[in-house]
Design a protein around this ligand. Structure first.
Ligand code: ATP
Length: 292
């Protein structure tokens, strides 16, 4: 069904055609997103309320309202430049590093404000894991990469570190490939293994949410398949918010999908619904490759 956003009839026309989301934006309106009812049954880990972000004068995010549900994989999709990475990086305040960035609105992590003046950003980031496009193992052994966050927190008990290392590498589907060379450099692994090592490092810290910014974009198809399988398996145990350019990837790995366009959240719902029976015609056009 096509969207019916702000379908005000023009005064001299008996039947105005409903505006699409994109047309409404072009007319300067801010249509509310189409949020599917299933989300109301989920427990939010991250809550985003009326969130706007500006790079200097340029507004990149417009009144984003959404929640990231507990124990689920949520994919952010949309055309290049629509604000997916900006939104993801706002969750762990990586955008603080850019001088010109200003924000309005709120975000919270399990009820705790993310953007309060009193927040210790370092402590806040410890509660979240981040996996980047390009894997970034530290120049140290596989073992030390995985237990890095624990070491920083002063944990030096060998048995604890060994347990966490094994559990995290198993969780990242890497254990069998590296268990006999834990003390060789993380940099000696293949690209796909390095990315799974980064995921192991992230989950070792037991993050409340794992943020992934196009984690497969630098990988070949086989390594991509392994990382996708892994992300899919993280469901239930971890809350994941992932940016992807690749719609097939979103369909394969995620429970929920949020479609963004020109800095707005357009539609958000179960991945199967977004791809097979979206509410808005804009979403349908995007997922079927007719625009974007
Ligand atoms: N550091 C920056 N300074 C100024 N503008 C920026 C900066 N980073 C991003 N932008 C702008 O903000 C908007 C959103 O960019 P963002 O990278 O978040 O989009 P995206 O959906 O992740 O794109 P892509 O899929 O191409 O990575 C774009 O118009 C972009 O040019």
């Amino acid at each position: 069904m096509p969207t019916t956003i702000d379908a005000k009839p023009a005064s001299n026309k008996p039947e105005a055609r409903p505006l699409t989301f994109a047309q409404a934006i072009a007319k300067g309106q801010t249509p509310p997103p189409a949020v599917h009812p299933e989300l109301a049954n989920e427990q939010p880990v991250v809550t985003i309320e009326d969130f706007c972000l500006y790079y200097g004068q340029k507004k990149a995010l417009f009144d984003i309202n959404m929640t990231v549900p507990n124990g689920k994989v949520t994919a952010l999709i949309g055309p290049s430049g629509c604000g997916k990475s900006t939104l993801l990086r706002s969750v762990n305040r990586l955008n603080d590093l850019i001088d010109t960035v200003k924000i309005t609105g709120k975000m919270s992590l399990n009820g705790d404000p993310i953007y309060s003046r009193h927040v210790d950003v370092i402590e806040l980031r410890k509660r979240m894991g981040m996996v980047f496009q390009k894997s970034n193992p530290f120049p140290m052994s596989i073992f030390e990469n995985v237990v890095y966050a624990l070491r920083i927190d002063g944990e030096n008990r060998k048995s604890v570190l060994q347990d966490v290392c094994e559990k995290s590498l198993r969780g990242a589907a890497l254990w069998d490939e590296v268990k006999d060379r834990l003390h060789t450099s993380g940099l000696s692994l293949s690209g796909g293994q390095q990315q799974r090592l980064c995921i192991a490092r992230a989950i070792a810290a037991e993050p409340e949410v794992l943020l992934m910014d196009e984690p497969c974009s630098a990988l070949d198809p086989i390594a991509t398949g392994k990382v996708e399988d892994l992300i899919h398996e993280l469901r239930g145990n971890y809350t994941v918010l992932i940016v992807t350019h690749n719609m097939q990837q979103a369909a394969r790995v995620s429970d929920y999908t949020a479609f963004m366009y020109l800095g707005r959240l357009v539609e958000y719902g179960p991945t199967s619904s977004i791809f097979t029976k979206p509410i808005l015609s804009d979403t349908e056009d995007y997922v079927t490759g007719r625009f974007g």
